[in-house]
Design a protein around this ligand. Structure first.
Ligand SMILES: [Zn+2]
Length: 1184
């Protein structure tokens, strides 16, 4: 089966690894690799051990073949004739083979890496990837056009698919170089779930152009020697040699896992396909569909699944038959067997006009239209006779779920019956409980998957889809630009002039093409405007050319263009932006943006479905056009929070009043946006207006320091006069400079004098000063005016002349200083003392004379007049401060001084996370989990019965992981560590009794045994986790948790101190734990300078097993004290509340702005339950 080498080959080697592709970048060095010389033929698959004839149609092939046939492929460089190739296209890959009998391809190109497909002359077409162009020649015009259309279609729908298909781009379980016997150069080999891929080298892997893939469901791995092993398939034996014995073991293990994966993967699919109608797609009829919409009960092919995904999970819950094993319960499989695509379509597709029906070769646009009509709008469904009559529908549903007619239930649900309606029965309040009570597990399963389903809604809302796909205004522009090779990674280094080549560029008809010169007819490359997702304008002179810009494509490529002519640069940026920004977001084009493009996002109003938004970044403002909304502006320096979450996949912007989640749909442009937004949100410079600001236009640093001093420093003697520790002040200033918003000043952690000096240093070093360099002098001369009222009005004039931010800041600062001197009795800082300190600081002079001091003295003394302060408000503010001081005094006498004295108001849920189960609770620093639990139960009047183990739980990561707090654990530190998707929940700890009994049966707490282990590993620094679960032997004793490779191993692979581990129940689903009894273990070392955090996962085979491990951890970490001896005793538990007279003063502001804090305090005082609690608690007297 080896390829006969054309007898030319002077300096050309017909390597099968990559028969000479026309290299885009003229990089021919790979062909001179000596290792390849000997491989005159069939190097890619040494011919050892051909075991069987290939099957007619390989059913194991991951996706349905969209098209296959003979094509001539471009000749190796220099050779004259084309090579005849058997070519197959599926949604993920374009493969070409020596002939139609081959199982293993000669070349495999990931469709995700194809940037463009175009027809060229003489029945030819080009498949363009990042740095290679493949030319194919068809036998007829029609044939050629069909290939081009299908290929374009496959590469276009890519960006939506990539979110659902973890295989594209590959998420490797294991990868590296392996020697294939008979081949001297090593191959880059990648094990990814149920396949093994071979690439010529790592670069090829990165760009998605490989040799072949091996389906592991037919594989077997056998060790043959110290470093070598065979991967045997019915068609070939691959004899590999690893670099070391140890690596061989790892390869063998990875490949065996992959086989296991492949076998278990096909189990569900094989069962589902046992129902004949499930073996073709419910929407388009393509064979062997591997996906399903589990709530709609249809089995669909991958391309249709992509469109289902686009509807959002509230309409279609798409799962893979092969990859989402966990979701496929026996009941769900039975539902699919019972219904089957034909019966289900008798409902969903009862009225499909033949003109609208899909076929396996339908294009993406048709698919999208059909699937949206079918499921979102319910356009083709068979209407239930009760349609429109809600009450009757609900009734019918309640009756029907008691029998076995699942199809009728489906029909009722999707014609409007309310899955969560009330049955009117106390014993079975919902249809789900009715189904369970009548032993109808299949009905129950269907109901369960549709509890939050959005019903078909016939009104057509074109919305963003339309905008997204509508062609923007047609733009024409041409000229010379300088271009580097396109890249798959962000540009980190400066690109020198030599790296650019001159190209003639044309933007026309929605396509941006570049040519060798203006004489050439065939472009070197082209990019459709609709594929451009982002355009970034570099700062001048960033690269070898004065002016450069970057274009990001949907297929994760980055193109860098440059010119020395600023006007040409401007024109190009304008034209390109215009070519891909839709009319709706057109105002963005008028901005002097540094970055413009589209991103997927969600906001507070609708967290279910993400929408497309168009964004432009201008300075520190992010301009956005979101679906169905007018343009809006997000002031990045005013954000309450900016963070990147979920493994670098979501950028979270918390504004006043709303939160925007920007999703990393593609890595490359998303990373660029993240970096740009973070930079824009940080302090831009050393003047006031360049700082991160609060929504009242005060720099965050000023606000934080003033706030902290007000809370903790007003009674500190010599405040602002005493100096802090220089190194700590410098460190604080630096932290504020980097990201003021992320720094929270905390008592115990930060010292009062360090903070006060940080504030002083900030003003002293402020560019242009608080009073501006222009008018600073006039403020000083005003201080010399004798007449009081003249002086005051002059100050007012100057005040009004200040820029907005300066004015607001000055006002906030003088207000603060006014308050400080009002408590001079306690802090010894009277008006004069403060003025001595702040005069030279704010006027940035040496303070040799007292002029500056006098000005500050005036501003404080006449504060209410100059700033026209509302006396009532000031009085209230002073009262609040008095209250704070009083409460602090009390707390300080009750607690050791190291104890932070502040409170947090936090939301705690009872039993489940929903609005009605919300309680707002003040969390004093001393409050324990048991106290909080009692507080909540007490408010809701829930008595604690014997053998009921109410517990407070920390729930994190979208409720995928939770941890019962130990009853003596302090709650406040937990709150400090919370991310945005975490909360506290009070509910019963059902396993507690079993755990206590288990522990009681043991002499000493220790345990050993096998668990499945997986580690969080990082790939390419992207923080993606990889790896899979492997059996490991664990020994847990009073000091450490040790992990061994197997029982017999005598040296542990790992050893962790038990006390530093935090153990959560549950494992993130996306890690695909092999059982549902998983634990997530977090290791945090608390070293001040270099805090370290690791995370890994343990899976047990059974629930009792997991409980035993958990109980042992708990017991060891708490010296055997896992539950209070005499149970929860609400009466004995102290509730620490401040003096009731000041009950509503939050001592540490909540995160966010002052106003938000006030609002939540107000909400708190309006909560009648809270009020009752305050009254009954009787202040501090209950404290033990
Ligand atoms: Zn389909």
């Amino acid at each position: 089966m080896s390829l006969q080498v054309p007898a030319v080959a002077k300096g050309r080697y017909s390597s099968l690894c990559s028969d000479d592709e026309l290299l885009d970048d003229d990089d021919s060095s790979v062909w001179e690799e000596p290792g390849l010389i000997s491989l005159q033929s069939s190097i890619y698959l040494p011919n050892t051990g051909r075991l069987a004839s290939p099957p007619k149609e390989d059913g194991s092939q991951a996706s349905a073949v969209i098209k296959m046939g003979w094509l001539d492929k471009n000749p190796p460089q220099g050779a004259l004739y084309y090579q005849r190739r058997w070519v197959k296209l599926d949604i993920d890959y374009l493969r070409y083979f020596d002939n139609d009998k081959q199982v293993y391809s000669k070349g495999i190109i990931s469709t995700a890496s194809i940037t463009n497909v175009t027809s060229v002359g003489e029945l030819k077409f080009e498949v363009i990837t990042n740095n290679r162009t493949f030319i194919f020649k068809a036998e007829s015009e029609a044939e050629r056009n069909e290939w081009v259309t299908l290929l374009q279609d496959c590469t276009r729908g890519r960006q939506r698919r990539s979110t659902m298909n973890p295989g594209s781009p590959l998420t490797p379980d294991f990868k590296g170089y392996l020697e294939l016997k008979g081949l001297r150069s090593k191959l880059f080999t990648v094990v990814a779930t149920d396949k093994v891929f071979l690439y010529k080298n790592m670069e090829d892997y990165r760009i998605g152009v490989g040799i072949t893939s091996i389906e592991m469901n037919v594989g077997n791995v056998k060790v043959t020697d110290r470093r070598s092993f065979d991967l045997t398939t019915p068609y070939r034996i691959f004899s590999f040699i690893a670099e070391s014995e140890q690596l061989k073991d790892q390869w063998v293990e990875a490949m065996r896992d992959s086989i296991g994966e492949a076998l278990s993967n096909s189990e569900v699919a094989d069962r589902i396909w046992a129902e004949p109608s499930n073996s073709s797609c419910a929407d388009c009829g393509a064979p062997k569909p591997e996906w399903a919409a589990i709530n709609l009960c249809v089995v669909v092919c991958k391309r249709c699944a992509g469109e289902h995904r686009g509807l959002g999970p509230s309409i279609s819950k798409v799962r893979s038959l092969k990859m989402d094993r966990k979701v496929w319960t026996e009941e769900l499989i039975q539902v699919f067997l019972l219904l089957g695509n034909v019966r289900v379509n008798s409902f969903w597709a009862a009225n499909v006009p033949p003109s609208e029906a899909l076929s396996p070769s339908s294009c993406s646009d048709d698919r999208r239209r059909f699937i949206t009509n079918k499921y979102r709008h319910g356009k083709y469904r068979k209407y239930h006779p009760l349609y429109g009559n809600q009450k009757e529908l609900n009734n019918a549903l309640c009756i029907n779920v008691q029998c076995s007619d699942v199809l009728e239930t489906l029909s009722l649900i999707f014609c409007g019956a309310d899955v969560n309606c009330s049955t009117g029965m106390v014993s079975c309040p919902s249809p789900l409980s009715l189904a369970n009570a009548h032993s109808q597990p299949l009905q129950a399963e269907l109901l369960r998957h549709n509890q939050n389903t959005e019903l078909p809604c016939s009104e057509v809302d074109g919305g963003m889809e339309e905008v997204h796909f509508s062609a923007p205004t047609c733009v024409y522009h041409n000229g010379f630009l300088f271009k580097t090779g396109s890249m798959a990674r962000a540009i980190i280094e400066r690109k020198a002039r030599e790296e650019f080549s001159r190209r003639w560029c044309i933007l026309n008809d929605g396509t941006f093409s570049y040519y060798e010169s203006d004489k050439n007819a065939n472009p070197n490359g082209a990019l459709k405007a609709s594929e451009i997702v982002c355009l970034a304008v570099d700062v001048p002179e960033k690269h070898g050319y004065d002016h450069t810009f970057e274009i990001y494509s949907e297929s994760e490529r980055l193109y860098l263009f440059g010119t020395d002519d600023p006007n040409s640069h401007k024109e190009w940026v304008k034209s390109i932006a215009k070519s891909f920004i839709p009319a709706k977001a057109e105002p963005l084009l008028r901005l002097g943006f540094e970055r413009i493009g589209r991103l997927k996002c969600k906001d507070g109003l609708n967290l279910q479905t993400s929408k497309v938004g168009w964004f432009a970044l201008v300075g520190s403002t992010l301009h956005a056009y979101l679906e169905n909304s007018q343009g809006e502006e997000i002031h990045l320096r005013k954000l309450n929070e900016l963070s990147i979450q979920q493994d670098n996949e979501v950028l979270v912007l918390v504004e006043r009043g709303r939160t925007l989640y920007i999703e990393g749909e593609r890595k490359l442009d998303f990373a660029g946006w993240c970096a740009a937004i973070q930079t824009a949100a940080g302090s831009g410079g050393d003047t006031l207006s360049q700082q991160q600001l609060t929504d009242t236009d005060i720099p965050v640093i000023v606000h934080s320091c003033i706030d902290y001093i007000t809370q903790c420093g007003l009674t500190s003697e010599g405040i602002y006069r005493k100096s802090g520790v220089n190194s700590r002040v410098a460190a604080l200033c630096e932290r504020f400079r980097q990201d003021a918003r992320s720094l929270r000043l905390r008592e115990g952690e930060h010292q009062v004098d360090d903070v006060s000096n940080t504030l002083k240093r900030f003003f002293r070093e402020l560019g242009e000063g608080l009073f501006t360099s222009e008018d600073g002098g006039t403020w000083l001369t005003t201080a010399a005016i004798q007449d009081e009222s003249m002086k005051i009005s002059q100050y007012q004039v100057l005040l009004n002349k200040l820029p907005r931010v300066n004015r607001a800041t000055l006002r906030a600062l003088i207000n603060h200083l006014y308050c400080v001197q009002r408590f001079a009795e306690l802090n010894q800082m009277n008006l004069h003392n403060l003025a001595i300190v702040f005069g030279p600081t704010l006027f940035q002079n040496d303070g040799k004379d007292y002029t500056a001091g006098r000005a500050i003295e005036d501003l404080i003394q006449y504060y209410t007049l100059i700033f026209q302060v509302d006396e009532q408000q000031l009085k209230k503010q002073l009262e609040e401060i008095t209250a704070i001081i009083q409460v602090r005094e009390k707390l300080n006498t009750k607690f050791p001084s190291t104890e932070p004295g502040g409170h947090f108001i936090c939301t705690v849920y009872l039993e489940e996370k929903k609005d009605t189960a919300e309680q707002h609770v003040k969390i004093p620093a001393s409050m324990t989990s048991a106290e909080l639990t009692c507080e909540i139960l007490d408010r809701r009047n829930i008595p604690v019965k014997d053998k009921e183990y109410w517990n407070c739980w920390e729930v994190i990561d979208k409720e995928e992981m939770e941890r019962p707090l130990h009853y003596q654990e302090r709650v406040l530190p937990i709150l400090h560590s919370f991310g945005t998707d975490s909360h506290l929940l009070v509910k019963k700890h059902i396993a507690m009794e079993a755990m206590i009994i288990y522990l009681a049966s043991k002499v000493d707490p220790s345990k050993h045994g096998i668990m499945k282990f997986r580690e969080e590993r990082s790939i390419l620094g992207l923080g993606l986790s990889s790896g899979s679960f492997h059996d490991r032997y664990f020994i847990l004793n009073s000091s450490s948790l040790r992990m061994y490779k197997e029982v017999r191993s005598n040296r542990p692979e790992r050893d962790w101190p038990v006390r530093n581990l935090r153990i959560y129940l549950g494992i993130k689903k996306k890690l695909r734990p092999p059982t549902c009894w998983g634990l997530t273990v977090v290791y945090e070392s608390k070293k001040q300078e270099k805090p370290e955090r690791q995370q890994w996962y343990l899976c047990c085979d059974t629930q009792p097993e997991m409980r035993e491990w958990y109980a042992t951890f708990l017991s060891i970490q708490n010296d055997g004290d896992v539950w209070p001896q005499d149970g929860l005793q609400p009466s004995r538990v102290s509730r620490v509340l401040p003096d009731t007279r000041h009950g509503n003063v939050s001592l540490i502001p909540l995160r966010g702005s002052e106003n938000e804090m006030r609002n939540s305090v107000a909400a708190f005082s309006q909560d009648p339950l809270a009020g009752r609690c305050l009254a009954s608690a009787g202040g501090l007297s209950t404290l033990q």
